[in-house]
Design a protein around this ligand. Structure first.
Ligand code: GLU
Length: 419
């Protein structure tokens, strides 16, 4: 993750993207100054009782990047290499994501430095509760609403909502989204990120002239987003998944990977590596495969100057946040590769989170089918707004997404008299 170097520090990348957009939109210096900095951030150190009886201090962050358009919204990551700059970048990207989907929300993000793979379930619960106790005064259903992200899940959201409810002395389900269904979660939230990405892929394929029923797909990253992307690409379009990978390695099968087999293997061994009916390959080889669609569903800075020349896919589906660096972006654009940029492509998660907030507030829950239809409409509209802007200004899809989203945030800032 962030190492302080401008090329790989996600916040430096996020700031460069904002500056490029400010130039395209000809924003004033003061306006871009507001956009270039997080409005509020909290650094917390909180004690957690470990299973062996000792107490360990964990460090966490919550960044409320920009709330011009509404309460800040964004996930919480549990990661051993979490840094404040990563959280700042992700908070900025959430701001543009919510604006692009026209949600009445600002952007934020949280993170705790910890390695869930080395923690017991009880320790994970105590860390989740400790973090919420620490940031409790700064969040709320109309202030800042966290959700799941890397290495956090509905169970963790349930502990967090329970902790917050005991702090405020009443059930307060609307403070967090991505909850389990019995605790006010929304139907369709589980696969929302991947499903939203598939709706944008469907639209992109029409533009590029790609028949998805004959398309080959490689998937980098096999967590929540990547795993659902595999089954949805198959079930929605009949595409063939030819390679998948996780942090431990990649597997491929030119005749098509059996997705249920990979899922069962991953459940059993925590990895896709050595799944029956597949051959091993390296993660770098997967990125360089001659496939129609490359899904990036892991962490930030995956496609960089170092490997961008090798990418041969026709469409890149960015389900991860920040998987492509600005230098690599330029190269992909010149090569004519159609990139569906992260904060458009992966906005399905926060969009269904927003539906979850609405349902919590109304105490009335919708059918899954209704969620899918509403999500499809929002994703499809956002895709075409970005595509049309990219044609109009002759800029790549990411810059176009920035132009649409940042204009909306700036409009709200102006109306509020901030700039
Ligand atoms: N963590 C997801 C994202 O990066 C979802 C955030 C949310 O639902 O608030 O978009």
């Amino acid at each position: 993750m962030s190492d302080g170097n401008n090329h790989s520090n996600p916040f430096k990348i996020a700031q460069k993207q904002i500056q490029d957009c400010a130039d395209i939109l000809k924003l004033s210096r003061s306006t871009s100054d507001v956009l270039l900095h997080p409005m509020r951030e909290f650094h917390v150190n909180f004690p957690v009782r470990m299973d062996d009886g000792t107490t360990k201090v964990f460090q966490g962050f919550r960044v409320q990047y920009n709330d011009a358009k509404g309460p800040t919204k964004g996930g919480i990551r549990f990661h051993p290499e979490e840094t404040i700059d990563t959280v700042r970048a992700l908070g900025a990207w959430m701001t543009w994501k919510c604006a692009l989907l026209d949600l009445p929300l600002g952007g934020g993000k949280g993170g705790v430095i910890c390695n869930p793979k080395e923690l017991s379930n009880f320790e994970l619960e105590r860390i989740s509760r400790g973090y919420i106790k620490a940031i409790g005064p700064f969040i709320g259903p109309d202030k800042d609403i966290p959700a799941p992200d890397v290495y956090t899940n509905p169970q963790i959201m349930a502990w967090m909502v329970d902790e917050y409810s005991s702090i405020v002395g009443k059930n307060q389900f609307g403070v967090i989204t991505g909850k389990p269904l019995p605790l006010g979660g929304s139907p369709g939230r589980g696969d929302a990120t991947a499903r939203g990405g598939m709706y944008t892929l469907r639209e992109a394929a029409k533009k590029v002239g790609l028949d998805l029923s004959k398309a080959t797909v490689a998937i980098q990253g096999y967590g929540n987003a990547g795993c659902y992307a595999a089954s949805l690409a198959e079930s929605m379009f009949g595409s063939k998944i030819v390679a998948v990978c996780d942090s431990k390695g990649a597997v491929c099968c030119t005749n098509g990977i059996c997705v249920p087999d990979v899922n069962a293997h991953k459940d059993k061994t925590s990895s896709v590596v050595a799944c029956k009916g597949t051959e091993a390959m390296t993660n770098d080889e997967l990125l360089a495969l001659d496939v129609d669609v490359l899904v990036l569903a892991a962490l930030e800075s995956t496609i960089t100057e170092r490997n961008v020349d090798k990418v041969r896919a026709k469409i890149i589906v960015e389900l991860a946040n920040g998987p492509t660096t600005p230098e690599a972006d330029e190269v992909l654009y010149k090569k004519g590769i159609h990139v569906i940029p992260d904060f458009l492509c992966n906005a399905g998660g926060v969009t269904v989170s927003y539906f979850e907030m609405v349902q919590n507030a109304c105490m009335y829950y919708w059918e899954e089918k209704e969620i899918h239809e509403k999500l499809d409409r929002k994703m499809t509209r956002a895709y075409h707004e970005v595509f049309d802007t990219s044609e109009k200004y002759k800029i790549n899809m990411r810059k176009a997404a920035y132009a649409v989203a940042v204009s909306r945030v700036v409009e709200a800032m102006k109306l509020r008299g901030w700039v």
